[in-house]
Write a protein that binds this ligand. Structure first.
Ligand code: MBD
Ligand code: FE
Length: 280
C-alpha cells in the first residue's frame, strides 16, 4: 500500500540521519540530559496512567500499537506529526531570519538540480493549477545571497509525494533550484493538494480513533540554503485552505500562508515570497 511504502522509505532516511534538521547539532546525550528528558517523558506517561486509571487491556493494546508502528515503518511519520513541532519551536527560539517550521518525513536527498527560472520535474499532463513561486534570498542585512539554493518538494494535485507513493514517478515535483546572481528564484510547479496521513496504518488509526483530523493543509516544503548561512527549513501554505487551523502536524504559522494571484496566463497563479538567512 502507499502507506507501507511511505513508512518504510521514511524509516530508511531517518536511519541514515538524513531527515534530521541539517543545521542542528548531533543527538549525542550525556547521563544528566537522558535522566532529565527521558525521566520527564516517562513521568508524563505514568501520570496519564494514574490520572486515567489505565487498565491492563489498555496497556497491552499500547504495546501492540507500538510494535505495529515499528512493523509498518511509521516512526518517522508518527514522530514528525505529533512531536516535531515542539522541537522546532525550541530550535526557533535561537534562530533569526525567516520563520521556519517542521521538516516532516518526506524530504529526499539528491534531487535534480535546476537553475532559476526553473520548472520542477513533472509528468507530461501533470494535473493541478499551474503555480509560480518567486522571491529573493538575502542575508539578515538585506544583501542578496548569490549561491543560494531552494530545495523544494510537495505533493501532486491528489496529495501524493513522489518516492512515497507508487502513483507518482520518482523525482516528481521535487528539485533543488539555484538562485541567480541577485539571489532570485522563480519556480514553476503545480498547486499541491491537502494531505491526509495514511489512514490504514497505526498513526492514522490512532488519529481517527481519537476523533482527531488526519489532514494537513496543502503545503510546499522548502530548505533554503546559502554558503556560510543557517538553512531555513520551512513550509508555505495557501490562504483559504480548510485545514489551516486544524493541521494534524501543528506546523502552520501565519507568516507562512501564501495568497497566490492569477497571472493572466490561463489559470496560472503566482506568489512572491522572500527568505532571509542568518549567518552561520
Ligand atoms: C507530511 O506531508 C508532512 O509534511 C508532515 C510534517 C507529516 C506528515 C506528512
Ligand atoms: Fe508534507
Amino acid at each position: 500500500s502507499g502507506a507501507g511504502l511511505a513508512g518504510a522509505n521514511a524509516t530508511e532516511s531517518a536511519r541514515l540521519g538524513l531527515s534530521s534538521r541539517r543545521t542542528a547539532a548531533g543527538g549525542g546525550a550525556d547521563a544528566d540530559r537522558v535522566a532529565a528528558v527521558v525521566g520527564a517523558a516517562l513521568e508524563g506517561i505514568r501520570a496519564a496512567i494514574r490520572d486515567h486509571k489505565v487498565t491492563y487491556s489498555e496497556f497491552d493494546a499500547f504495546k501492540r500499537w507500538l510494535i505495529e508502528v515499528s512493523d509498518t515503518g511509521e516512526w518517522p511519520l508518527f514522530l514528525d506529526v505529533y512531536l516535531e513541532f515542539e522541537v522546532e519551536r525550541v530550535a526557533a527560539e535561537s534562530q533569526q531570519g525567516s520563520t521556519g517550521t517542521i521538516l516532516g518525513p518526506f524530504w529526499l536527498d539528491g534531487q535534480v538540480r535546476l537553475q532559476s527560472p526553473a520548472t520542477l520535474p513533472m509528468r507530461e499532463d501533470e494535473p493541478g493549477t499551474p503555480l509560480v513561486l518567486a522571491g529573493r534570498v538575502t542575508g539578515t542585512d538585506g544583501t542578496p545571497l548569490p549561491g543560494a539554493t531552494v530545495d523544494i518538494w510537495h505533493t501532486d494535485d491528489e496529495g501524493w509525494y513522489s518516492g512515497f507513493a507508487e502513483k507518482s514517478p520518482a523525482g516528481n515535483l521535487r528539485g533543488v533550484v539555484a538562485c541567480d546572481e541577485q539571489g532570485r528564484f522563480e519556480i514553476h510547479t503545480r498547486r499541491p493538494a491537502p494531505y491526509t496521513i495514511p489512514l490504514d496504518g497505526p498513526t492514522g488509526k490512532l488519529t481517527t480513533t481519537a476523533g482527531w483530523s488526519p489532514w494537513r493543509p496543502a503545503h510546499l516544503h522548502l530548505l533554503v540554503s546559502a554558503p556560510g548561512h543557517r538553512t531555513v527549513t520551512t513550509q508555505l501554505f495557501f490562504t483559504g485552505d480548510p485545514y489551516l487551523d486544524s493541521d494534524v502536524a501543528s506546523a502552520t504559522k501565519p507568516e507562512l500562508v501564501l495568497d497566490p494571484q492569477p497571472t493572466g496566463d490561463g489559470d496560472e497563479v503566482r506568489s512572491d515570497h522572500d527568505f532571509v538567512l542568518e549567518p552561520e
